[in-house]
Design a protein around this ligand. Structure first.
Ligand SMILES: CC(C)(COP(=O)(O)OP(=O)(O)OC[C@H]1O[C@@H](n2cnc3c(N)ncnc32)[C@H](O)[C@@H]1OP(=O)(O)O)[C@@H](O)C(=O)NCCC(=O)NCCS
Length: 129
């Protein structure tokens, strides 16, 4: 099984963002696991971040899935989740993704709607890129 790990560190607006992607040749089709994270400290440390979005990309299907979106309470309400989701969407788009899906608990439906996602009755979220 071929594995390629790709890491990128991005600094913008005085904060530190990082993108880490891992390409896995899964049993039947390729899979990319990606994390976009934010560190207030300015130091990239992949085991200790202040916010992150974790996603998977299935390039053959042109589909992506957001599995986790989290901001530590201290940094909520500053647009950090919005920025991390935008960066994740840009990454997925660059891999040919046309549709992003995910699952969101009811309390967070308004947040995802603001980011342009539609919500299905089973709490699935979806956005066409
Ligand atoms: C939801 C979460 C990702 C939002 O992160 P954030 O960085 O604070 O979000 P942003 O600042 O980018 O907010 C974007 C917009 O969504 C809104 N929003 C954020 N959180 C919201 C929520 N919980 N409900 C409704 N709207 C919300 C913001 O008001 C903002 O709207 P505005 O642009 O009109 O001001 C973050 O609060 C989080 O990780 N919460 C914990 C979620 C969780 O796991 N809860 C259950 C524990 S089991």
């Amino acid at each position: 099984m071929a594995e390629v790990t790709y890491q990128e560190e991005i600094r913008e607006f005085g904060d530190t963002y990082g993108v880490q992607e891992e390409l896995l040749a899964a049993d039947t089709k390729p899979l990319i696991k990606g994390t976009v994270a934010f560190w207030d400290s300015g130091q990239v440390n992949w085991s200790l971040y202040d916010a992150r979005v974790y996603y998977r990309i299935y390039p053959d299907d042109k589909e992506g899935r957001i599995l986790d979106c989290y901001v530590v309470p201290k940094f909520e309400g500053r647009g950090i989740a919005t920025r991390l989701v935008q960066i994740s969407e840009e990454r997925m788009k660059s891999h040919g993704v046309r549709k992003i899906a995910g699952s969101a608990q009811r309390e967070l439906h308004a947040f995802w709607r603001k980011l342009g996602y539609s919500i299905h009755p089973d709490n699935e979220i979806e956005k066409q890129l």
